[in-house]
Design a protein around this ligand. Structure first.
Ligand code: MG
Length: 390
């Protein structure tokens, strides 16, 4: 089987979006004097979808959500010529080819995200070629079903947060993740607001549902050290990305000082990046996203590393490109799940572009043993609400 064509298209949402709200989610911009609208820089309303065609008529589908226009340009200009004419089963060789030939500028960030999209499409092709789901090529079924945690709970009115948290408990989720609205520039009042929100959610979900806390890099080391002791009484399962992704020593210091697991990795790349995090004991939970970290080829290697370091992998976002990795390793006990709703930050777009992503039942998802590849198809349901850029 030979690759004949690589087609990268941007699906840019032009439909209804939920308007931004102040103090919706702490994030890395918060410490600037002109912090802009909350989450403005992290909102993404376009995805790049990659379709790889072969001489046998099969098509593999990959995706990348970061900086879609730049991802498309990298794929068109640099990556497509490296894989055309090759056998998708040579995925390790092709990964190395893409990684090494873009090494001067592509090791982390959007360069690696673009490689991820191609790699995911290669795995989809391999699964389709042998008529088996991707997880069966990675290690197979290691769990009966995948437990998921409901991940939304942006900072709003506390009654509204409590109502939302209750819906996840009612749906059978045994874990939920909430976001903080305030950071270092909001002073003691912001600290009190942050604590009040955790208290409000914990009150509703009770002690038998795990609670995860998300900072989205909106805090700093000093602020996190001050607030951590006040959070311990709520027994959170983890505190996510308290500081910038590059501050690995900061993660390590925090992870050592508290019983609350510090988590991160959705802005880290390749097995080299994760080896650094693991060597420094910087995180207690690894949260790569397969469509950024280097695709399934890289994520599979990180799973092996995580296993020997004894650190669980709970990938960012859930979604099919991550579920197959969670299913196929004991190192990954659980998945994130973004509930389907109106387009807001942009994570939701996945459900508007693709069909086939499983919906949790009682807090669990399962993968179909009989669906070859990733099990995703492009949906035409919402096509009129996207601008498609070829
Ligand atoms: Mg996160």
């Amino acid at each position: 089987m030979k690759i004949t064509k690589v087609r990268a298209r941007i699906f840019e949402w032009k439909g209804h979006t939920v308007p931004p709200q102040a103090n919706f989610c702490s994030n890395a911009m918060d410490q600037l004097w002109d912090r802009g609208d909350s989450m403005g820089t992290f909102r993404f309303h376009g995805w790049t979808i990659v379709e790889i065609e072969t001489d046998e008529g099969m098509v593999g589908i990959g995706n990348v959500a970061l900086a879609p226009r730049i991802a498309k340009a990298i794929i068109d200009q640099y990556l497509a010529p490296l894989v055309i004419g090759h056998d998708p089963f040579d995925h390790e060789y092709l990964w190395q080819r893409m990684y090494r030939s873009t090494h001067a500028w592509g090791r982390k960030g959007i360069g690696m995200a673009a490689i991820s999209a191609i790699d995911i499409a290669l795995w989809d092709l391999m699964g389709k070629a042998v008529g088996r789901p991707v997880f069966k090529l990675l290690g197979g079924r290691t769990k009966e079903k995948i437990p998921c945690y409901a991940s939304k709970l942006y900072r709003t009115d506390l009654n509204e947060m409590q109502r939302e948290a209750q819906t996840y408990v009612d749906q059978g989720f045994s874990a939920v993740k909430m976001r903080f609205g305030y950071g270092p520039k909001d002073g003691p009042q912001g600290v009190r607001e942050n604590i009040k929100s955790v208290e409000a959610v914990r009150e509703v979900i009770g002690d038998d549902v795990d609670l995860m806390l998300e900072c989205y890099m909106g805090w700093n080391l000093e602020y996190t050290k001050r607030i951590l002791p006040k959070l311990e009484r709520f027994d959170p399962r983890w505190l996510e990305e308290p500081v910038l992704a590059d501050d690995i020593d900061g993660y390590a210091e925090l992870n050592k000082m508290t019983n609350i697991g510090i988590s991160g990795g959705e802005h880290e790349f390749t097995s080299y990046g994760f080896k650094q995090l693991l060597d420094k004991r910087a995180v207690s939970v690894i949260q790569y996203d397969t469509n950024r970290v280097g695709g399934i080829t890289a994520a599979h290697k990180i799973n092996a590393l995580a296993e020997v370091y004894g650190v669980p992998v709970i990938p960012h976002a859930g979604q099919m490109h991550n579920y197959h990795l969670t299913m196929s390793t004991l190192a990954s006990p659980m998945s994130e799940y973004f509930p389907v709703h109106d387009v807001e930050v942009g994570n939701e777009l996945f459900y508007y572009i693709f069909e086939g992503d499983p919906t949790p039942v009682n807090g669990f998802i399962d993968l179909d043993e009989n669906l070859p590849g990733l099990g995703l198809t492009l949906s035409d349901k919402y096509l009129d609400q996207f601008d498609i850029i070829e």
